[in-house]
Design a protein around this ligand. Structure first.
Ligand code: SAM
Length: 297
């Protein structure tokens, strides 16, 4: 593991601005990933940090990175939607701040064999947690074209979803689709295009299938609500998203919490905060990142 630029976390300065860890106290990184944000939060003054991730391989990288902070850091192999139980089990009633940085880590995209990327030909897995659940290859063997089209349309915002779904299901009937390369080739052939497309025609479908396999949007709103209620008065919660569906859920949930009677939070970011040109140039993954933050009342 090296500190190449693409392993850098996104919007770090903005995360520190909104979370203000220099106030000290316990911070939770709900998607600790490779530990980049967590390290910055600790360096900026957090007294303690609990980091969750459902990817055990990411946690191993984070553990090595955060070792200098010793027992001020606890890493937990958990789904962030179980955060309440994680905190209860540790006798933690309230927290000073929380961060969730949704989506995939660069490790998941780049480590060979995970099946997230179509840049290499690999087995079609795509599970963030490899200990349970069906792989993408297994799911594609069972799914019907109508359901698959809905997934690709809804999670990928792909206008050729029906053609793509039909092509995938028909190809799968001839021979099960086993690799990312095979799947990407089927998608590219199914999408009409003139000239050189701006992004690979398989990009949106791969994003949709990843969200589907990992149930990424399920109970996201509930998690945002319960975590916001865990903050102590003045505590901060920041959420980074990478596509419009996630951002919409974050925006609406934060807004609902701010308009509750009595209000749970105050919104700190009227508009989503996006990375500047310099960050995007250095780290293309930051291109679609959006940050929203709230403060507990
Ligand atoms: C964009 S990365 C986080 C990167 C991290 N902020 C850093 O600085 O390295 C997203 C991480 O969220 C994790 N993740 C996604 N869904 C999760 C869930 N439901 N529960 C826990 N972790 C999840 C992924 O495994 C991945 O490691």
């Amino acid at each position: 593991m090296t500190d190449e630029p693409h392993h850098e976390p996104v919007l770090t300065a903005e995360v520190l601005h909104y979370l203000a860890p220099d106030r000290g106290g316990l911070f939770v990184d709900c998607t600790v990933g490779l530990g980049g944000h967590a390290r910055a939060i600790l360096e900026a003054g957090a007294s303690r940090l609990i980091g969750c991730d459902r990817d055990a391989e990411a946690l191993a990288v984070a553990a090595a990175r955060l070792a200098p902070w010793g027992d001020r850091v606890e890493l937990v192999h958990a789904d962030y939607r179980d955060l309440d139980a994680v905190l209860d089990a540790r006798g933690v009633a309230t927290i000073e701040g929380a961060l969730v940085d949704l989506g995939v880590s660069s490790l998941q995209l780049e480590a060979p064999g995970r099946g997230f990327s179509f840049q290499r030909d690999e087995p079609l897995d795509m599970r963030m947690y490899r200990g349970a659940g069906a792989t993408l290859a297994e799911r594609l063997r069972e799914v019907e074209a109508g359901e698959l089209a809905d997934v690709i349309f809804q999670y990928g915002e792909e206008r050729f979803s029906r053609r793509i779904a039909r092509a995938i299901v028909e190809a799968g009937r001839r021979a099960p689709i086993a690799t990312t390369g095979e799947l990407a080739a089927i998608v590219r052939r199914a999408v009409p295009h003139r000239g050189r497309p701006r992004i690979d025609p398989a990009t949106r479908t791969f994003q949709a299938l990843r969200i589907w396999v990992n149930g990424e949007l399920d109970r996201l709103d509930r998690f945002l609500g319960t975590t916001a209620r865990r903050l102590q008065s003045g505590g901060r919660f920041a959420a980074i998203t990478f596509h419009s569906l996630e951002d919409r859920i974050v925006k609406h949930t934060f807004r609902a919490l701010a308009h509750d009677e009595p209000a749970v939070v105050r919104i700190l970011t009227k508009k989503p905060v996006v990375p500047g040109e310099t960050e995007v140039a250095a780290n293309p993954r930051a291109r679609s990142a959006k940050l929203r933050a709230v403060e507990r009342i």
